[in-house]
Structures are given as structure tokens and as C-alpha cells.
Design a protein around this ligand. Structure first.
Ligand code: ZN
Length: 395
């Protein structure tokens, strides 16, 4: 690598400088070439509805990545460019760390998922232990699919905590306090692969517009309800990260001055009344061992009245907090992710009620609220999408 390339690479490190929409358009073009075979740029433009300039730009990036071959041809007597998808020998990994799990996804640059697996981790695990486990899982998946580790050219890593993009460091406020102070360089060294790190809710949002049912949505809010509550924003087709890289901290919306003290130091934050930890605590009173989130979900699906009551209350208060965000930014879609996604309408009912009660009516009526179609895979897929984007940026 030349010094000039090196400097391009360093400035390209900051996530978010490429439109999320461009990436979803890139995926649409790759999908089209897979489905219909070699096509001219004009055909791609016609079939995808993308402008000729957009198609031309994306084809150039795909060509630089050696994902396509372009050859001059003629179409209806005019000069044209034919685009053919090539076999894809390089890949990226997406890794998502949670409070008690790590999930690894291997994807081709053309967005085909090759392998995926999640394993549980002990609560309170050290960051380096988590990274070591992720590295072992990645090796196991690569071996299973006959791939060399060198075929992974970039890794995206999702961490459930705020990341200061200026220093690429996990800062105070993570639900994994053991990760505070961890930098991208630490992650990169532990994995031995060029890495980019991001907040898990941002990655969930990116996954929804890249892999999910919401491909191409320009204004979307992804809300992850887990041990903490965070949100990722896609605004005008871009992941929105705010001034220092931290935004969407909806879990710390103040709901009550006299509420419980939150881990952020404030009182009465949304998280103190609506996280999965709160649900578990409320429903585990008197039990010898606290329930798991999966057991809470099962009880709700079986119609247990206390569980349904607690979930409905949580939904309503999340909806109320969302109404404030909705009034401010006016997204067209809110996607709910996290481990409660399986609850579907049981949770969405309360959320919609809270939203409609507190949002400006016309905004509430024109915003859809849906469960993530990606479930607990969203963040790892988003991490893979971020890694693919990082590679595209360096071309
Ligand atoms: Zn708080």
C-alpha cells in the first residue's frame, strides 16, 4: 500500500460518510445481475429505476472491487456497456457483541451471507475474552466453509454502547461497562483483521435498509429494546451519528423526575421503566431464579395475564418516548428490534397506542411501526454491511 492509499484509508475510517441508500442501491444492482445475468447499464437503470448516473457510479465501484466485469458492446445499434457479475473470492465478517452473546456473520462483498452463528458468553465477560471467542467462532465458520482467514478483508464490529467517532473509542454509557475505553485499534489487534466499530443500534438501522424488508427507506428509526434501549437513525438515506458519533439515545429520555436512578446518572429515564431487565425483574419477583427473556416471550405468547400487562405497559411508555422523537424528526418508519421482536403485535399494540396518544396526530397517523424482519440477526448483518461499505469507500 502506498502512503497516499494509506491516508485515503485512514480518512475513510470514519463510518457514515457514504450514503446508506447508495449501499442499498449497490445491493439492488448485484441482486439484479444475479437474477437476470449480464446486463447493459441502460438495462440495469431501466429495471431498477435508478438514474443512469447512479448506475454508472455504482458499476464503477463494483468494477474497482473486482465484483463485476465490464465490456463494451452495442445495444440497438448504440454503444453500450455490458456488466457481468464475477465470482467473489473475498468476504467480510460482521460481529455483534451483546451482554451475553456474540454473533458472527460471514458475507461476500455482493451481500450473500455465507455463514452465521451465535454463541452465549458469560455476563460481565472482559472485552478481550469476548474478542477471542469471536475470533475462534470466525475460524470455525471459515473452516466449515473451506475458506481461508485471509479471504476476510474487513470486519465490522457492533458494540452496545456509545462510540466517540473522533477517537474511535467506546465511551461511558455502554451496557457493557467492561468495554468502556476499548478502541478500534484494540479490536483490530485482537482480530488481526482491519476493523470498523459502531454502535449496535446504528448497525440495526443500517441492516434494515440494506438487508431487511425496508431496503431503500430514506427516513427510518431503528429502536433496539434489550438490557438497554437505543436507537439508530437513517435520515435522508444516511446513518445519522450526531456531532461526536452519539445520537439516538432514546433510552435516556426523561419520563419522570422522581423515577429510579438510571445507569447514566439521571432519574426516571425510559430504560428504568422499559428495558428487558425491568420486565424480567417485575415478572421474577418471588421466583428462586430470574426468568430469561425467552421465558418472558413464551409466557406472553401463552397469554399469561401478568406478562401481557407488563409488556403492554412497556409498549405504551416506549411509544410515548418515541412520540417525542417522531415529533422532532418525522421518520416514515419505526422498526423495533431486539430480543422481544418475536412478540409482534403484543408489544406493537402498546407502542402504537403510546405513540398515537403523544405524537402530533398527522405524524402519528403517517408513521408505520413494525417489528424487525431480521430479529436478533440485525446488528451482525449491519456490521457486515458496514464492513462492505468500508471496502467500497477505499475504492
Ligand atoms: Zn439514563
Amino acid at each position: 500500500m502506498t502512503a497516499a492509499q494509506g491516508s485515503v484509508r485512514r480518512t475513510a475510517r470514519k463510518p457514515g460518510s457514504q450514503s446508506a441508500l447508495r449501499q442499498s442501491n449497490q445491493r439492488r444492482i448485484v441482486d439484479l445481475l444475479q437474477n437476470v445475468g449480464p446486463s447493459t447499464q441502460a438495462e440495469i437503470s431501466r429495471r431498477t429505476g435508478l438514474s443512469a448516473a447512479t448506475v454508472s457510479n455504482i458499476v464503477k465501484v463494483l468494477n474497482d472491487l473486482k465484483l463485476v466485469e465490464i465490456t463494451p458492446t452495442t445495444s440497438s445499434g448504440r454503444r453500450a456497456v455490458s456488466v457481468r457479475l464475477l465470482g467473489d473470492s473475498t468476504a467480510v465478517a460482521g460481529i455483534d457483541f451483546g451482554r451475553r452473546h456474540v454473533r458472527v456473520v460471514i458475507s461476500r462483498l455482493g451481500f450473500q451471507v455465507v455463514a452465521e452463528q451465535a454463541v452465549t458468553l458469560p455476563i460481565g465477560y472482559a472485552a478481550l475474552d469476548g474478542l477471542k471467542r469471536a475470533s475462534e467462532l470466525l475460524d470455525a465458520l471459515l473452516e466449515e466453509h473451506g475458506m481461508a482467514r485471509s479471504s476476510i478483508t474487513e470486519v465490522g464490529v457492533g458494540i452496545p454502547g456509545p462510540i466517540d467517532v473522533r477517537t474511535e473509542t467506546v465511551v461511558q454509557g455502554s451496557i457493557l461497562p467492561e468495554w468502556v475505553g476499548v478502541t478500534r485499534a484494540v479490536v483490530e489487534k485482537a482480530l488481526g483483521i482491519p476493523a470498523v466499530i459502531d454502535n449496535d443500534a446504528n448497525l440495526g438501522a443500517l441492516a434494515e435498509v440494506t438487508w431487511g424488508a425496508q431496503t431503500g427507506t430514506a427516513n427510518l428509526m431503528f429502536v433496539k429494546i434489550g438490557s438497554g434501549i437505543g436507537s439508530g437513525l437513517i435520515l435522508n438515506g444516511m446513518v445519522y451519528r450526531g456531532h461526536v458519533g452519539i445520537s439516538g439515545e432514546i433510552g435516556h429520555s426523561s419520563m419522570s423526575d422522581a423515577g429510579l436512578v438510571c445507569r447514566c446518572g439521571n432519574r426516571g429515564c425510559l430504560e428504568t421503566v422499559a428495558s428487558t431487565s425491568v420486565i424480567i425483574e417485575l415478572l421474577s419477583r418471588g421466583l428462586p431464579v430470574p426468568l430469561s427473556t425467552a421465558e418472558v416471550v413464551r409466557q406472553a405468547l401463552e397469554g399469561d395475564p401478568a406478562t401481557l400487562r407488563v409488556i403492554d405497559d412497556v409498549g405504551a411508555v416506549v411509544g410515548r418516548a418515541l412520540a417525542n422523537s417522531l415529533n422532532l424528526i418525522g421518520p416514515e418508519l419505526i422498526v423495533i428490534g431486539g430480543s422481544l421482536a418475536e412478540l409482534g403485535e403484543i408489544l406493537l399494540g402498546g407502542i402504537r397506542r403510546g405513540l398515537m396518544r403523544y405524537a402530533v396526530p398527522v405524524m402519528g397517523e403517517n408513521t408505520s411501526v413494525v417489528m424487525s424482519s431480521l430479529g436478533d440477526r440485525a446488528e451482525a448483518l449491519g456490521a457486515a454491511a458496514l464492513a462492505i461499505r468500508q471496502i467500497s469507500l477505499s475504492h
